[in-house]
Design a protein around this ligand. Structure first.
Ligand code: MN
Length: 253
């Protein structure tokens, strides 16, 4: 029986494909390995090219982003972000970062995040991948105030909050995309026990994570599946199918 090439086998819900030298090859690799991949972006200027390549792909989708770590230099691109938003079903990478290097831009980050959430909520039908380094509680506060969970869905990317913050996010309807680095830290394993398996997805966050000494590529998510399966004491097969079901539920209106 010929496998159905249109059906994904794996999920990488957060990867910066456009930051690799071989961006185009990587898109083809996602298709041949059948990895449903969300190509996140860090600046609205990257949107047209990402949208174009995703448009030629079976399994890659592009997300319109404005990374909190770039807000200090790129805040004027918010108008470009708003111009492209009607074309984008997926939004990210967006969020807040209160790490020491980015703390000076934090008030501006909050203003832009708020503006993006309101725009997404007004438009409806968006799926967001959200960064929350050292600021989980503030991010959740913004989501709860400014995003209608009946109109948009949120995936918390590389979530490092406490178990009670994870439950708060899950109560809002959030999903969580899990990478290998997270599972090597105690917090990552806490997250797995705090939220239902139906809310989990896999991600690489490539090229910001490594696999075997080189930047992770989307097909490396098979290792994340193995690792989640081991932590939850289920088979990798079952875990792999669960991730695909979760993605289907997430994207089904
Ligand atoms: Mn990222």
């Amino acid at each position: 029986m010929t496998p159905d090439r249109g059906k994904p086998e794996w999920v990488d819900f957060h990867c910066h494909l456009d930051l690799y030298d071989d961006f185009e090859d990587l898109v083809r690799e996602c298709d041949s390995a059948r990895v449903a991949t969300l190509a996140v972006t860090t600046t609205p200027k990257a949107w047209p090219r990402n949208k174009e390549l995703a448009g030629q792909s079976t399994h890659v989708r592009a997300a319109l982003g404005l990374h909190p770590q770039l807000v200090a230099e790129r805040s004027s691109e918010i108008t470009l972000f708003e111009r492209y938003l009607p074309e984008a079903r997926y939004v990210g990478e967006i969020g807040l970062d209160a790490g020491p290097r980015y703390y000076p831009s934090f008030p501006e980050q909050e203003r832009l995040f708020e503006r993006i959430l309101c725009a997404c909520s007004d438009a409806g039908g968006k799926i967001l991948t959200v960064h929350s380094v050292r600021t989980v509680s503030k991010v959740l506060g913004h989501l709860e105030r400014s995003l209608d969970p009946a109109r948009c869905r949120v995936v918390m990317h590389w979530f490092t909050g406490t178990a009670s913050e994870a439950k708060r996010a899950a109560a809002f309807g959030c999903y969580f995309s899990i990478n290998l680095a997270m599972l090597q830290a105690p917090r990552g394993r806490t997250l797995l026990s705090a939220v239902p398996i139906e809310r989990l997805l896999t991600e690489t966050d490539g090229p910001f994570t490594e696999n075997e000494g080189r930047p992770s590529r989307p097909q490396d998510v098979s290792k994340v599946v193995d690792s989640i399966a081991a932590a939850l004491n289920i088979t990798s097969d079952l875990c792999q199918r669960q991730m695909l079901n979760n993605l289907r539920d997430l994207v089904t209106p």
